[in-house]
Design a protein around this ligand. Structure first.
Ligand code: MG
Length: 162
């Protein structure tokens, strides 16, 4: 008999900035520009965290990890994800599945998606078949289409720990 399940959604967007590393799903993607942010600005991992937090009825990452808190300056977002998973477990939830979409005009992300998927899955203790990471371009439309930044969407399914 399956336990109770709940779903959450997460969305994040960061602007490109020169002199920054581009990190998505814990994977460094070679590109002349990275994303601006207080932490490593890993928009994909941030969207996953907000999806998990939402599913668990917990406050969002802006509340848990305030941008004005020096502890999170340059933070590795995978470590913040660890903290989110610990908070979920403390509430009696574990992540069962995550699915994500990256929206980026540049760079082309296709060759990095498998590593992002493996990285996020390993971090959450899931099989890779329980983590989806896809990418699409915004077809030149709007700010994302002008390659001003990268957006990420995620949904998470959590289940009660038996
Ligand atoms: Mg963010």
């Amino acid at each position: 008999m399956a336990g109770r399940v709940r779903v959450g959604i997460g969305y994040d967007v960061h602007r490109f900035a020169p002199g920054r590393r581009l990190v998505l799903g814990g994977v460094t993607v070679p590109h002349p520009r990275g994303l601006a942010g207080h932490s490593d600005a890993d928009a994909l991992t941030h969207a996953v965290m907000d999806a998990v937090l939402g599913a668990c009825g917990l406050p969002d990452i802006g509340t848990l990890f305030p941008a004005d808190d020096p502890r999170y300056e340059g933070a590795d977002s995978l470590q913040l994800l660890d903290e989110v998973l610990a908070r979920a477990r403390a509430r009696g939830w574990r992540v069962a599945q995550v699915d994500c979409v990256l929206v980026a005009q540049e760079p082309r992300l296709g060759e990095f998606l498998a590593r992002m998927r493996e990285t996020l899955a390993a971090r959450m203790g899931l099989g890779v078949d329980a983590v989806g990471v896809k990418a699409t371009t915004p077809e030149g439309l709007g700010a994302l289409g002008r390659a001003e930044g990268v957006a990420a969407l995620a949904v998470a399914l959590v289940e009660t720990v038996e």
